[in-house]
Design a protein around this ligand. Structure first.
Ligand SMILES: C[S@@+](CC[C@H](N)C(=O)[O-])C[C@H]1O[C@@H](n2cnc3c(N)ncnc32)[C@H](O)[C@@H]1O
Length: 277
């Protein structure tokens, strides 16, 4: 039988040969998942033998990862803003860059009393917002399967978010919110073939593609936000690396105080603005 150390060595070797990035870390995460243990366990018990069942599970997980499935869909977990979210192939894996949207909104609208997360996916934004601020929060997605995942996350994390399945903000009444948060799909359709295999073959297309140039959905999102925000309310949107100029140009005269927040790599990441009072 193999020890934990042997299994990690073999697993990371296999992953490396398949060109999987961060092979050793990935092997550790998959072995933790097979054992139902935290990472610290691997270091304290490196000489322990694996049970046959753990070895079988670990082998299956390695195989799935080598075929291009993201680790997060195998372990069903991704952390966002310090909290564990359950994820699966019905939702985008929340990205660390999206935490800048939370930061931008905290700076501009910490005191919001009613907020909505449009295109909620796993619920990462809406759940985080309500837990960070105590604000009454709603969330919508066009995908019923995504809303089911987000509802599960809200329940597990004890966040009282209310959900709707609808196109953008169609389910919400005019002037209902003082904050609209959104990370809409923004990859240009034509860039599909350029995406990493993990994204292209496994993450839902409805969560990725924003139209021929990638910014088409923002026209509708901005119009919807203008309808559901109270005067003086804040709209904060994540954008793709090429989206800043075009998205800011879509904010017409009805919007004031436009702002762009950059991510740690210096790319424009969040555009926000205030609906004219
Ligand atoms: C980029 S993902 C963001 C998911 C999540 N908010 C996050 O940041 O991890 C975009 C989400 O928007 C949803 N979506 C796409 N088109 C939509 C539409 N017309 N109305 C509502 N939701 C939409 C997708 O199903 C997907 O969950």
């Amino acid at each position: 039988m193999l020890t934990i150390q042997d299994a990690l060595r073999q697993g990371s070797g296999l992953l490396q040969r398949e060109g999987v990035a961060a092979a050793r870390l990935t092997a550790e995460l998959l072995l933790c998942h097979a054992l139902g243990r935290e990472r610290s366990y691997l270091f304290a018990h490196g000489g322990d033998e694996l049970t046959e069942m753990a070895w079988i599970h670990y082998g299956r997980y390695l195989h799935r990862r080598m075929k291009g499935e993201p680790s997060q869909y195998i372990t069903r977990k991704q952390e966002f803003y310090g909290r564990p979210f359950r994820v699966g192939p019905d939702v985008l894996i929340p990205r660390p860059e999206t935490e800048h949207l939370i930061e931008a909104a905290l700076e501009r609208a910490r005191g919001a009393r009613r907020a909505v997360d449009i295109g909620c996916g796993s619920g990462a934004i809406g759940v985080t917002w309500t837990l960070e601020t105590g604000c009454a929060t709603w969330a919508s997605d066009i995908s019923p399967a995504a809303v089911a995942v987000a509802q599960g996350n809200a329940e597990r994390l004890a966040a009282g978010v209310r959900f709707a399945v609808c196109d953008l903000a169609a389910a919400f009444a005019p002037r209902s919110f003082d904050l609209v948060l959104s990370n809409p799909p923004y990859v240009p359709d034509r860039e599909g073939p350029l995406l990493q295999r993990e994204i292209r073959e496994h993450e839902p297309a409805v969560a990725l593609f924003g139209g021929p140039t990638g910014v088409e959905i923002y026209e509708r999102l901005i119009a919807d936000a203008a309808r559901i925000l109270v005067p003086g309310g804040i709209l904060a949107m994540e954008i793709g690396y090429q989206g800043e100029t075009r998205v800011r140009a879509m904010l017409g005269e009805g919007w004031v105080e436009p702002d762009t927040r950059r991510d740690l790599a210096g790319w424009p990441r969040v555009v926000s603005a205030r609906l004219a009072p």
